[in-house]
Design a protein around this ligand. Structure first.
Ligand SMILES: [Zn+2]
Ligand SMILES: [Zn+2]
Length: 309
């Protein structure tokens, strides 16, 4: 049996795309916006900070008090992009305000502004009671390029390398290695698909990714052989091509596009993610039945559902 220091777990904290859907008939699949909690040994990695991140923070604080003492908290937050549904929970991630926390956030700079300045404007200062400078934790915001490799050690040391030297880098067996693939269309500035490697297993997080008919060849190379692929599946094919309100070009995939990338990349399992906020439990349950029979190891992400790689 693995002890905790070797576990690679993935827990869906927010599965909804675009905006939250906190309604009774949406709770089976989840109403919170995009957030996936990943634990690699001692290290907490959070993929996107939609409203799903709020509960991650509450659980962190609950678990941080051991024998009446607060233990230091370390987390890495990776933002695929800065659309509202991927950032709107960040200010409510309570460990941000604990002096005992160290939180490193990585995401894309926009073409004309540093990510730190963008987040300051759209999440803090004028739109929140606290300014970014009033955060009490050791909080850093850094740009992540497509060519960067982030290496996180189990002792929490975090280094960023240029991938050109990737093959010369020496990793420890229990290091976590993170790389990214940038899609171009959504938004204009691009969106990062994220690969996390730990303990000989690989997770791919590909949200807000509209694929092509005939699949996305570069992405398939990036995701090849992954143990788990989390893929945008916002629309049914019928909604995608609906002549009255077509969704083509919105930056999201159909379930079929996600399956095509899954099959061609030879990933071992697929989780659909980032559901349209108008799709209730009845509709998604119907789709779940339909797609479970098409291909093996296809699942629908559900809020709070956890898997181990
Ligand atoms: Zn989104
Ligand atoms: Zn988006």
């Amino acid at each position: 049996m693995k002890d905790n220091s070797e576990k690679f777990t993935v827990r869906f904290r927010g599965t909804r795309g675009s905006y939250p859907s906190p309604k009774i008939n949406f709770l089976k699949f989840g109403g919170n916006t995009a957030c996936v909690e990943v634990n690699c040994g001692n290290q907490l990695i959070i993929l996107d900070s939609g409203t799903g991140i709020i509960d991650v923070g509450l659980d962190v604080l609950k678990n941080a008090i051991i024998q009446g003492k607060k233990v230091p908290h370390h987390a890495t937050i990776l933002l695929s992009h800065i659309h509202q549904d991927h950032i709107q929970g960040l200010q409510f991630y309570k460990p941000l305000f604990e002096p005992t926390s160290t939180i490193n956030l990585f995401g894309l700079n926009t073409n004309d502004e540093k990510l730190e300045d963008t987040l300051r404007t759209i999440l803090f200062d004028k739109v929140f009671p606290l300014g970014l400078e009033e955060i009490r934790s050791n909080f850093t915001i850094k740009n992540l390029n497509e060519d960067d490799v982030i290496v996180i050690s189990q002792d929490s040391s975090t280094k960023v390398y240029d991938s050109l030297n990737y093959n010369d880098l020496k990793f420890k067996n229990d290091d976590i290695v993170i790389t990214a693939y940038k899609t171009q269309a959504h938004p204009k500035n691009g969106c990062l698909c994220i690969k996390i490697k730990y303990n000989s297993k690989t997770l791919i997080y590909a949200t807000d990714k509209e694929s092509y008919i005939g699949a996305d060849k570069k992405f398939i190379q990036f995701a090849y052989g992954a143990d788990c692929l989390i893929h945008d599946a916002q629309y049914t094919y019928q909604d995608y091509i609906n002549p009255i309100q077509p969704k083509q070009g919105f930056g999201h995939s159909t379930f079929e596009m996600a399956i095509e990338n899954y099959k061609l990349s030879k990933a071992k399992r697929l989780f659909f993610f980032h559901y349209d906020p108008e799709y209730d439990d009845e509709k998604l349950s119907m789709l779940e039945k339909e797609f479970a029979n098409i291909e093996e190891n296809i699942y629908f992400a559900k809020e709070n559902y956890e898997i181990e790689l």
